[in-house]
Design a protein around this ligand. Structure first.
Ligand code: NAD
Length: 283
C-alpha cells in the first residue's frame, strides 16, 4: 500500500505557482488577485479562509477578504460581487460556503463573472466541465485528479465509484473522472446497496462527511481509495469517511486525512487563480 501524500505534493505545486507568479509579475506586471467573501461566523469557514489567505500570501498573490455579518442582506453581498467583477486587480472571486439560510446561494454564485470563478461553481463553468472543455474545475475534485496524475494512476478504463453527489464535490469529481475515460458509478444517500457499488470498483472516491462510512469489507483488494471527507470527532481529532486503519490494509493507494485531499484543494485554488490572472495577459 502506498500513501497518496497530498501535503508533500501540494507544497511542490505551491512552489511552482510561486515561481510562475514571480514571472507573471516581472514579464507582464500582473499580480494575481483573489477576493474572498466570508459571511457570518462559522468557525470552520473562518479557518478555511485563513488557510486560503495565508496560502495566497506565501505565493505572492494580492488577496482581500470581505468579512460580512450573518445578518447581511442579499443585495449587499451582490453589490460586493459586482464590485469585485469590475475590479481589474481581482482575477479570482470565491464565496466561502455555506452562506446563511436567508441568502440565495445560487443567485450569488451565478453573479460571479465566470472568468473569475476560481471555485468553478458557476453553471457556465460546470457546463463546460461536463462537455470536457477547458474551464475552472472545482478545486477539491481537481486536486484529486492532480494527485492521481502525480502518482501515475490513470483512471482510463477503471471502474470508479464516487460516493457523495454534491455540486461541489461528488458531481464535478464524477465529471472529471468520466472525462478521463473512467466508467463512473455515482452513489449518494438514496443508493440502495452502497457496498455492492464500492466492492466492484477499482477506485473508490468518497466525499460524504460520515466517519467510517467506507469499511474494509466494502473495498476490493488492491483498490485505490481517495478520501475527501473531513470530520471532526468529539475529541477534536480530524478523520475522513474511510476506516483508514483497516481499509489501508487492502488498498493499493490511499489518501490520509489530514494530509491527503485537503492540502491539494488549496493548491488548486492557487493554480486556478494564477490561471485566471494569466488569461488577462494581452496578446
Ligand atoms: P454535502 O452534505 O453537500 O453532500 C454529501 C453527499 O453525500 C450527498 O450527495 C449525500 O447524498 C451523500 N451521502 C450522505 N450520506 C450518505 C451515505 N450514508 N451514503 C452515501 N452517500 C451519502 O457535503 P459536501 O460539501 O459534498 O462535502 C462532503 C465531505 O467532503 C464533507 O466531509 C466535507 O467536509 C468534505 N470536503 C472536503 C474538502 C477538502 O478540501 N478535502 C472540500 C470540500 C468538502
Amino acid at each position: 500500500m502506498q500513501i497518496l501524500d497530498g501535503k508533500a505534493l501540494s507544497q511542490k505545486i505551491t512552489q511552482k505557482v510561486k515561481e510562475e507568479t514571480q514571472e507573471l509579475k516581472e514579464r507582464h506586471g500582473i499580480i494575481p488577485g483573489l477576493a474572498v467573501i466570508l459571511v457570518g461566523d462559522d468557525p470552520a469557514s473562518h479557518t478555511y479562509v485563513k488557510m486560503k489567505e495565508s496560502a495566497c500570501e506565501k505565493v505572492g498573490f494580492y488577496s482581500i477578504v470581505h468579512k460580512m455579518p450573518a445578518s447581511i442582506n442579499q443585495e449587499e453581498i451582490e453589490e460586493t460581487i459586482r464590485m469585485m467583477n469590475n475590479n481589474p486587480n481581482i482575477h479570482g472571486i470565491l464565496v466561502q460556503l455555506p452562506l446563511p439560510q436567508h441568502i440565495d446561494t445560487t443567485r450569488i454564485l451565478e453573479l460571479i463573472d465566470p472568468s473569475k470563478d476560481v471555485d468553478g461553481f458557476h453553471p457556465y463553468n460546470f457546463g463546460r466541465l461536463m462537455e470536457g472543455l477547458d474551464t475552472f474545475a472545482p478545486c477539491t475534485p481537481l486536486g484529486v485528479m492532480e494527485m492521481l496524475a502525480a502518482y501515475d494512476i490513470d483512471p482510463k478504463g477503471m471502474d470508479v465509484c464516487v460516493v457523495g453527489a454534491s455540486n461541489i464535490v461528488g458531481k464535478p469529481m464524477a465529471a472529471l473522472l468520466l472525462n478521463a475515460n473512467a466508467t463512473v458509478d455515482i452513489c449518494h444517500i438514496y443508493t440502495k446497496d452502497l457496498q455492492s457499488h464500492t466492492k466492484k470498483a477499482d477506485m473508490v472516491v468518497v466525499g460524504v462527511g460520515k466517519p467510517n462510512l467506507i469499511t474494509a469489507d466494502m473495498v476490493k483488494d488492491g483498490a485505490v481509495v481517495v478520501d475527501i471527507g473531513i470530520n471532526k470527532l468529539p475529541d477534536g481529532k480530524l478523520v475522513g469517511d474511510v476506516d483508514f486503519e483497516n481499509v489501508s490494509k487492502k488498498a493499493s493507494y490511499i489518501t490520509p486525512v489530514p494530509g491527503g485531499v485537503g492540502p491539494m484543494t488549496i493548491a488548486m485554488l492557487l493554480k486556478n487563480t494564477l490561471k485566471a490572472a494569466k488569461q488577462r495577459i494581452k496578446a
